[in-house]
Design a protein around this ligand. Structure first.
Ligand code: NAP
Length: 282
């Protein structure tokens, strides 16, 4: 059994990005990411700080716009529009969740796919569905694909079972695996006899948010397991997979923490690089 080390892969990608971004800078192009946060949600503030730190590490100029909790829809949209029109801005990210009185879908629709570095927009999900090469992919599933690539895990013709169908993890992951020539099964909360599906998985992806939903008896020998789940219980973080026991049967498995988690911000930095590069190539 091999542990998939997300910290190591993330570090490798960031080092590579640093070199690529410095090369762009020497040619006169500085990459710029705008992060917009509204309100004082402590978890969101931490995520936003980590995104800014990541940008600094690889040489992306970041600008975090802090909006008050009671910001109006019009004010929020005007900040987004200014950044859409600003040609020096390569990527725009609106930190979710927004305060409840705001219509986040309406606001997010203002970001064109080319600057949507979170990859959540209709445009980017549409492009992914069409297997178009100019999509920007949602960061967490894209991070999982990069992990599979890093460990040279063969995907062609393999049966991938994705548990979870959210718009930000499960659904885009199932499309990315389909693009990689897997045969894909998607499971969700209404799936009957989950074990019947997970048992047949060559590649098992979990993005549910339920501690140890997947147990040893639910997987086959040699399975490759990617666990996106983050479940905080009594101050400790657990995945959706019972790592201790499932790892005895797996050929590759991500730990939680230290597996999928470290890849998400790294892929945001990567998407910002791609967005900037594509603008130059236009
Ligand atoms: P979400 O929007 O709550 O979606 C959860 C999905 O799991 C839904 O599709 C739901 O089905 C399905 N589900 C719920 N109970 C189930 C069950 N008993 N059996 C099978 N499927 C079940 O969550 P999310 O945003 O995708 O996040 C999933 C997990 O990943 C969470 O723990 C989250 O914290 C973590 N996460 C990690 C990162 C990272 O950076 N590592 C990023 C994002 C999310 P229905 O569609 O039928 O409701």
């Amino acid at each position: 059994m091999q542990i998939i080390d997300g910290k190591l892969v993330s570090k490798t990608i960031r080092e590579d990005l640093k070199n690529k971004i410095s090369l762009l800078k020497s040619k006169g192009k500085t990459l710029k990411l705008t992060v917009i946060i509204a309100g004082n949600d402590p978890a969101s503030e931490i995520y936003v700080r980590n995104k800014a730190k990541g940008c600094e590490e690889v040489g992306i100029k970041s600008n975090t716009v802090f909006l008050p909790e009671d910001v109006s829809q019009i004010e929020l949209e005007s900040v987004i529009k200014n950044n859409v029109d600003d040609n020096s801005v390569d990527g725009i990210l609106v930190q979710l969740p927004l305060p409840k009185h705001l219509d986040s879908q309406k606001a997010l629709k203002l970001i064109p796919p080319e600057k949507d570095v979170d990859g959540f927009s209709d445009g980017n999900i549409g492009r992914l569905t069409l297997f178009s090469n100019d999509a920007l992919f949602a960061c967490t599933p894209y991070g999982m694909i990069k992990l599979l690539e890093h460990y040279n895990i063969d995907l062609q013709g393999k049966h991938a079972v994705v548990v979870g169908r959210s718009n930000i993890v499960g659904k885009p992951m199932s499309l990315m695996l389909l693009k990689k020539d897997c045969t894909v099964t998607v499971c969700h909360s209404r799936t009957q006899n989950l074990k019947d599906f997970t048992k047949t998985a060559d590649i098992l992806v979990c993005a549910v948010g339920k501690k140890h939903l997947i147990t040893e008896d639910m997987v086959k020998e040699g399975v490759v397991v990617l666990d996106a789940g983050i479940n905080r219980v009594d101050g400790k973080i657990y995945g959706d997979v019972d790592f201790e026991n499932v790892s005895k049967k797996a050929s590759y498995i991500t730990p939680v923490p230290g597996g999928v988690g470290p890849m998400t911000i790294t892929m945001l930095l990567y998407n910002t690089y791609l967005a900037g590069l594509r603008k130059i190539d236009e």
